[in-house]
Design a protein around this ligand. Structure first.
Ligand code: FAD
Length: 282
């Protein structure tokens, strides 16, 4: 049995757009508190639409829970002035952790890439402007970023983020534990010593997961894809199978040295509670 004191658990939300969404997220958060998470993070949409909502959601978490709230912040499509204003606003609110990303271009994006092109430049900028105020999380990719020209290069760029001042990393989700262990090995060889927490995506819906995976370059292994497809409309059976698969993955990751787990919640708690119950984390 492993306790949440030994391994850091964190949960990621997206900012709700409606009153009902806000109410639902509060309930989800309350339910996830049983995991004693180290922090709750809130995603940030490049291009504007959800950016204010990220701020509001972070402030709501901070006001309503005892937990640390960590905004995601991306640099794509933005400029130094706007990023600085946001950093200062978070500092003024007593926020001390930030997830620094380049950001994904929204579909149909026709805007500027922005003044800061890569997450490493954003990390550098945050350190320049705010010193050590923020604990900076960055993204890591056990199966490599879809735009990476080579695995080696992707790792070099990851190292650049660490050299610029990242304190820890969260990975893209994956269902192949070996890819994560290989990433840890490669990082150790490069003297990258920050904690790299695996990002965990529960399996709630086959079509949605397949779509996400195709977009973000996370591999849905052939065997898993085929099995999930077979469940058709039988959602409870699919989810029960998914809990089995993901709980087993988490077990392997924790046993193999993962410093914690970061859950992509999609603002839902049920599957995460099932998975973590199996892991003895409640
Ligand atoms: P980078 O580290 O900049 O890497 C992006 C690509 O550029 C890689 O292929 C890398 O190899 C390459 N690269 C890096 N540096 C250089 C360089 N100097 N020269 C040439 N190439 C380079 N997106 C959002 O929009 N909002 C979110 O809230 C959000 N949250 C996320 C949370 C997590 C935990 C993760 C894993 C991803 C998240 N994303 C989010 C998605 C992320 O923005 C995308 O994956 C994006 O495409 C890359 O972001 P990055 O920070 O990894 O970029």
């Amino acid at each position: 049995m492993m306790t949440s004191q030994q391994k850091s658990i964190s949960c990621e939300f997206f900012p709700p757009r409606t009153e009902q969404g806000i109410v639902n997220l509060r309930k989800t958060r309350e339910q996830l508190c049983v995991l004693q998470p180290s922090y709750f993070s809130v995603t940030f949409g490049a291009g504007g639409s959800t950016q204010e909502k990220t701020f509001e959601t972070v402030i709501d978490i901070q006001a309503e829970t005892d937990l640390e709230a960590a905004p995601h912040l991306s640099c794509i499509g933005s400029n130094r002035d706007n990023i600085l204003k946001l950093l200062q606003a978070y500092q003024a609110q007593g926020i001390h952790r930030i997830v620094a990303l380049r950001g994904d271009k929204p579909s149909g994006w026709a805007g500027q890439v922005g003044e800061l092109q890569h997450a490493s430049e954003l990390v550098q900028f945050i350190r320049e402007k705010t010193g050590t105020h923020f604990h900076i999380e960055v993204a890591a990719y056990p199966e490599f970023h879809p735009e990476a020209q080579s695995a080696q290069q992707d790792l070099d760029y990851f190292k650049a983020k660490v050299e610029m001042g990242a304190d820890s990393a969260i990975t893209q989700y994956f269902y192949n534990a070996d890819a994560y262990f290989r990433l840890l090995e490669s990082c150790a060889k490069r003297n990258i010593n920050i904690p790299i927490v695996p990002g965990i995506m529960p399996i709630a819906n086959f079509e949605q997961l397949a779509r996400f995976s195709d977009t973000c370059g996370a591999e849905l292994p052939r065997w898993l894809r085929a099995r999930l497809k077979d469940f058709g409309d039988d959602k409870p059976a699919l989810q029960a199978f998914g809990v089995d698969v993901v709980a087993h993955l988490c077990e392997r990751l924790l046993a193999g040295g993962a410093p914690g787990l970061h859950f992509y919640t999609l603002n839902q708690s049920a599957l995460i509670l099932e998975i973590t119950k199996r892991l003895g984390l409640h």
